[in-house]
Design a binder for this molecule. Structure first.
Ligand code: HSE
Length: 321
């Protein structure tokens, strides 16, 4: 257990959920961007709140723990912690400083980084009493608050690092997948797509023929990752269910995908619920060429945007000091 009042520093990576065909089940963490957080624990006096949130960025996110994704995750964490430690007379108060470097609503797991960073930090402060699976369960309360649904395809890679498969949510089963060296190019057009909106437009039923295609792609992608078969990975990055509906929310989506593939990308698509788009490439040179195409396309239609060329983050949330 870390000493009372001692601050720790946490780095929580951005994540790309869905990986095109694996809606709500596949995702991976990236090395850039990431959020920075500070945390400490104190003894809680009577009538004191158990969680204090301090935002040190300009996003003006709520500081009420029940309305803040990190707060919602920590409330779930503390509830189980106090149950586990009920004979311990010391009551815990957690103070969290959040510096969001991952823009909220960008589609690269901003809310997951806050929720996952907070619970990994709390667990470290209090002596690592919970498993990673437990932490994913707590952090999903943040996703519920953000999008109305408990999904773990950002949280799981954020906590485990690498590529993860959420085989089941209830009960939770996360499978860490291997992956060959992959470069990731991300473009974030400066528009906001709320995950709840991007979910509400989805059809509730799928055709069997589409489901069969999607199953083939998910299995192909997982096999491609395990066998380091880049061509199989590329062929499997196809989504016949979600992307056709959601891509209408993202200007230039089809053209962007086309030019990125022409530049040599293996494939890619909407990152999470968008508006960011990601592409996977075999080499850094290709990833940079893909970035150039993204810049050209969005400059051409006058849409402000940010790009990142990065790699898959294998560590997940890290305590850095
Ligand atoms: N799987 C979720 C969705 C991820 O696509 O709605 C949100 O980041």
């Amino acid at each position: 257990m870390v000493a009372e009042n001692q601050w720790i520093k946490i780095k929580a990576p951005a994540t790309v959920a869905n990986m095109v065909c694996g809606f709500d089940i596949l995702g991976f963490a990236v090395n850039n961007p990431y959020d920075e957080m500070g945390m400490r624990w104190m003894t809680r006096a009577q009538n004191e709140p158990s969680i204090v949130i301090i935002n040190i960025d300009d996003y003006q996110l709520p500081t009420d723990p029940e309305k803040n994704v990190a707060g919602a995750a920590l409330l779930a964490f503390l509830e189980e912690y106090e149950e586990k430690e009920k004979d311990n007379a010391v009551k815990i108060k957690l103070e969290v400083k959040i510096n969001k470097l991952i823009k909220p609503g960008s589609g690269v797991g901003s809310s997951a980084a806050s929720s996952a960073g907070a619970v990994v930090g709390a667990n470290y402060l209090l002596g690592n009493v919970f498993s990673k699976d437990d932490l994913v369960r707590f952090a999903m309360n943040g996703e519920k608050l953000a999008s109305g649904v408990k999904h773990a395809d950002n949280i799981a890679p954020c906590i485990f690092g690498g590529v993860t498969l959420v085989r089941s949510i209830f009960p939770l089963e996360v499978v860490a997948l291997p992956s060959p060296q992959l470069y990731v190019t991300i473009v974030h057009p400066q528009i906001e797509v709320r995950t709840s909106d991007a979910r509400s437009i989805l059809r509730q039923q799928v055709l069997l023929k589409d489901a069969i295609k999607q199953w083939g792609n998910i299995a192909g992608l997982v096999a491609g990752l395990m066998k380091s078969d880049y061509d199989l990975i590329g062929r499997s990055l196809e989504d016949v269910i979600i992307e056709p509906v959601r891509s209408i929310l993202i200007p230039g989506f089809d053209d962007l995908k086309k030019v990125c593939k022409q530049a040599g990308a293996l494939g890619g698509g909407i990152s999470g619920s968008g508006p960011s788009i990601f592409m996977l490439s075999k080499t850094k040179e290709i990833a940079v060429a893909v970035e150039k195409e993204m810049n050209q396309l969005y400059d051409g239609i006058g849409l402000p945007h940010h790009t990142y060329v990065t790699t898959i983050n294998q560590a997940g949330v890290e305590i850095i000091a």
